[in-house]
Design a protein around this ligand. Structure first.
Ligand code: RIB
Length: 309
């Protein structure tokens, strides 16, 4: 762990992932034989929380699970990874969130989500845990709970002087006022294109699209470009940072892992280029094994790849 006391809080989704391995993605109307099926803890919120914890940094999770087998499995996972789950509520009559994921032989994925209890995380729930949340310094949000609640929370946290990182995934138009309360937005290329309607095939196009988000009020844009690394854009600077070359098995949660690495680096007070290098390393290493959380790296693994390159 770094020598900081800054605490990270993740507010968002917790899904149990049902992951199918397939040789290739199939066509509508086509039946194929899958190679395997596995159950993993996932959800963009939970993935970000567990990735922070695996890096050895204190993290609090805010979300909702059902009182079902999946909910119990997930609580156990959070506990094993050392995530503070006191603000993860329980809902008796709704199933925990689930995701059905297909991963092909290149490690690419396709995901469909059934929100379940994630859909119950609302403003009133945030109010009920706000006092504890406000003991944290850096907040990580995504788009797998009600977007209006993301916006509600972001305003309170921003007004309280907290730092906010928004992963706009799955991509959706932002509710009014949300962007103005966000310090860092972290779309991947597909999300950046969807949010702006712009082409993002070259670095120049990515920077131009990022400026469209800056003009809507976010403090800075970090475009996540997979193996190519990432590009940081704020009103004054553009910082491209190269990615790491690894043997990819499964890209699920690579973006979540990147965000966790960035949040930890921010908590440790790193300069932006070093922070993004660390984030790239965490994202890359997370693709080297199957499943969302199982392959997320420890800090020692991240430091090893950083010192080699
Ligand atoms: O970002 C990956 C995650 O997206 C998966 O774990 C799945 O649950 C969906 O939320």
């Amino acid at each position: 762990m770094g020598n900081t006391t800054k605490k990270i809080c993740v507010a968002g989704s917790l899904n149990v992932d049902l992951t199918l391995r397939l040789e290739r993605f199939h066509q509508p109307g086509e039946t194929v034989i899958a190679k395997s099926i596995h159950t993993y803890a996932g959800g963009k919120g939970g993935n970000q929380g567990v990735a922070v914890a695996k890096l050895g940094h204190p993290v609090m999770m805010v979300g909702m699970l059902g009182e079902d087998d999946n909910g119990r499995f997930y609580r156990d996972t959070l506990k094993k990874n050392g995530v503070d789950a006191e603000c993860v509520g329980s809902a008796p009559n709704t199933p925990s969130g689930t995701a059905v994921i297909e991963v092909d032989d290149r490690g690419e994925n396709r995901i469909a989500i059934i929100p379940g209890t994630n859909g119950l995380v609302n403003n009133a729930y945030m109010d009920s845990v706000m006092e504890r949340m406000l003991t944290c310094d850096i907040f990580m949000l995504q788009y797998e709970i009600d977007l209006a609640t993301d916006a509600y929370l972001a305003k309170i946290l921003h007004d309280a002087g907290k730092q906010l990182i928004l992963d706009p995934a799955p991509a959706a138009p932002a509710p009014d006022g949300l962007y103005a309360n966000i310090d860092f937005i972290t779309p991947n290329a597909t999300e950046l294109a969807t949010l702006t309607g712009a082409h993002v095939d070259s670095e120049e196009e990515v920077v131009r699209a990022a400026h469209m988000l800056l003009n809507r009020g976010v403090g800075a844009v970090i475009a996540k470009l997979g193996p190519k690394g990432c590009i940081y854009v704020d009103k004054e600077t553009v910082v491209p940072v190269a990615g790491f070359c690894v043997e990819t098995v499964d890209t699920t949660a690579a973006g979540d892992s990147f965000n966790a690495g960035f949040a930890v680096a921010l908590a440790e007070g790193m300069q932006i280029r070093d922070a993004l290098r660390l984030a790239n390393a965490v994202g890359a290493l997370s693709t080297t094994g199957a499943g969302a959380q199982s392959s997320m790296p420890t800090r020692a693994q991240v430091d090893a790849i950083l010192s080699r390159s």
